[in-house]
Design a protein. Structure first.
Length: 263
């Protein structure tokens, strides 16, 4: 714990009113929020790249955000880093009675129901559970859109509101695509936007039924696009041309070539 203690001391020094860093002294919970989100994404990026040296560093950057928020809270007599660690430790024990208390769950579904019930009880104790609670309560609206959609669907699934398998979801995707075509023919921008949203939501549902994380799948698709597009740029540069000088047919040909190279 020596390094943890030193990190907390460094953060306190950076926030010292007389000897601290001007930038660190200006920060608030709100101003740090974008950095916290950015660091979390960089951790995930390192995981996807399986760059474990980078992962160690990015985890440190994310930990700094936790320490920073904890220092701000300590200064306002709200809580401190020790309280954060104590709270998550207690929560892990409370939500895993099958590990720490010898409770036996019949299956994963029963275990997940216990997990959700535990979260609901915790919200009630904090006074955050409305009188007529929805089973969808507690899913952060700040999640990326694909992740939020998947979590909403997973929550509904636990209570029986779900397709039995992937086959009818394929049909649902085709139905939403047809409705989007109809909306486009009507040239109503708001309806087109709504139908695009419905189509994306259905595709997320399909990914989930195929045991694929939609956020990860789209990230993979974006990386694939980037890789193939860069190949096009490299080939054009080798020919002494740029993108503006190449025809769409030429670009498509290089794209197909990039696909063939990847197998």
């Amino acid at each position: 714990m020596e390094h943890t203690r030193r990190l907390l001391e460094i953060m306190a020094r950076l926030r010292d009113a007389e000897r601290g860093c001007p930038w660190d002294l200006e920060q608030t919970f709100s101003s740090l929020a974008p950095y916290t989100l950015e660091e979390a994404y960089e951790v995930v990026d390192a995981l996807h790249r399986e760059d474990f040296d980078d992962l160690r560093e990015e985890l440190g950057d994310l930990l700094l955000q936790i320490v920073f928020h904890s220092q701000l809270a300590k200064e306002q007599n709200l809580f401190d880093f020790e309280a954060v660690a104590a709270a998550i430790g207690a929560k892990l024990v409370r939500r895993h009675p099958h590990v720490f208390e010898g409770v036996d769950f019949a299956d994963d579904a029963e275990r997940l129901r216990y997990w959700e019930d535990s979260k609901r009880v915790e919200r009630e104790r904090k006074g955050k559970e409305p009188e007529r609670a929805s089973i969808l309560d507690g899913i952060a609206t700040s999640f990326p859109a694909l992740m939020e959609a998947q979590k909403l669907q997973q929550r509904a699934e636990r209570y029986g509101f779900d397709w039995p398998d992937a086959d009818p979801v394929f049909a649902k995707v085709e139905e939403e695509l047809a409705e989007l075509r109809q909306a486009r023919a009507g040239a109503d921008p708001e309806r087109i936007k709504d139908e695009v949203g419905d189509l994306l939501f259905a595709v997320v549902n399909l990914a989930r039924k195929l045991d694929i994380d939609a956020e990860t799948a789209l990230k993979s698709g974006s990386r694939k696009f980037t890789r193939r597009f860069r190949y096009i740029e490299e080939q054009l540069a080798a020919q002494g041309r740029n993108l503006e000088e190449a025809s769409l047919d030429a670009l498509d040909g290089l794209w197909d070539e990039a696909k063939r190279r990847e197998g």
